[in-house]
Design a protein around this ligand. Structure first.
Ligand SMILES: Nc1ncnc2c1ncn2[C@@H]1O[C@H](COP(=O)(O)OP(=O)(O)OP(=O)(O)O)[C@@H](O)[C@H]1O
Ligand SMILES: [Mg+2]
Length: 264
């Protein structure tokens, strides 16, 4: 059985038209899966449903979301709270909003590590600093001694990625985690995410507008268009033999480097 199976999922907000229509996909342990597609196609809605935290008015009206054999739509809110953070964690599209504004990064980060690992504050601090350095934050100790509002959007994104990866959930959901970064740093951070996945075997579901990022990072790619997942499959299949015109258009939009768009 797959680690995560989303089966025939339909999600609606108050107005009733589906934001996600009959979407199915499965994720194996250790895979990186990217969801790509136009703005408003339902990517954030889909991954928030996996976390069990849809915005007010949002509801999964049909389907199943099965993690390790448990249908997350059938368990109690209390059970879901235990799963959230420990088994499923999310880096939000606006990561700043998920940080505690009145707590130093140091305190938030060390607490987050200590929820999962029985190690001292000092060890947790060192681990955090090491992770921030991997995310190419130039002065990790200053970042640790800052409040979220003292950091730029791109810095907060990198702190969010670092925290998400350090606490090693079964599944890390990441909503456009690199979109606020300039391209060179984006490339470095994406490379680090891939390395960390190789090191820790993290399972990641990533939302991105950028087919280039998806192609570089992913084992599988899901293409979303107008609430539907129009194509889902292994990275090579989607990149080198896309079936849908919409997928072809997304691929065409990626700039060529040295005459080539993607390496095999
Ligand atoms: N809180 C909400 N209340 C009502 N409708 C919503 C809400 N959030 C999203 N929607 C609607 O659901 C649909 C999908 O939105 P969603 O945020 O999932 O798209 P997305 O693919 O993540 O887009 P983007 O790339 O711009 O982040 C859109 O039609 C949107 O208007
Ligand atoms: Mg979104």
């Amino acid at each position: 059985m797959s680690l995560l199976e989303v089966r025939n999922c339909t999600i609606r907000y108050q107005n009733g038209t589906p934001a996600v229509s009959n979407v199915s996909f499965s994720v194996e342990k250790g895979e990186i899966v990217s969801l790509v597609g136009e703005s408003g196609s339902g990517k954030t809605t889909m991954i928030r449903a996996i976390l069990g935290l849809l915005p007010p008015g949002g509801k999964v009206t049909e389907g199943e979301i099965v993690l390790d054999g448990r249908d997350l739509l059938k368990i109690s809110e209390h059970e879901m709270q235990n799963i959230r953070g420990r088994e499923i964690a999310m880096i939000f599209q606006d990561v700043g909003l998920s940080m505690d504004p009145v707590k130093l990064i140091n305190k938030q980060y060390v607490e987050a590590i200590q929820v999962h690992e029985d190690i001292s504050k000092e060890e947790s601090y060192d681990k955090a600093v090491d992770m921030l350095r991997r995310m190419h934050l130039p002065d990790p100790k200053r970042v640790m001694a800052s409040y979220p509002f003292e950091l730029s959007g791109g810095m907060k994104q990198r702190v969010g990625i670092a925290m998400g990866m350090t606490t090693q959930p079964k599944i890390l959901l990441a909503d456009e985690p690199t979109s606020a970064l300039d391209v060179t740093i984006q490339a470095q951070v994406v490379r680090e995410m891939k390395e960390l996945r190789d090191k820790y075997g993290a399972t990641i579901i990533l939302v991105t507008h950028n087919m280039g990022v998806a192609s570089y990072l992913s084992d599988k790619i899901g293409v979303m268009c107008k609430s539907e997942m129009v194509e889902y499959g292994p990275r090579d299949e989607i990149i080198f033999s896309p079936k849908e015109q919409y997928t072809k258009d997304l691929i065409e939009a990626v700039p060529k480097m040295g005459g080539k768009r993607f390496a095999k």
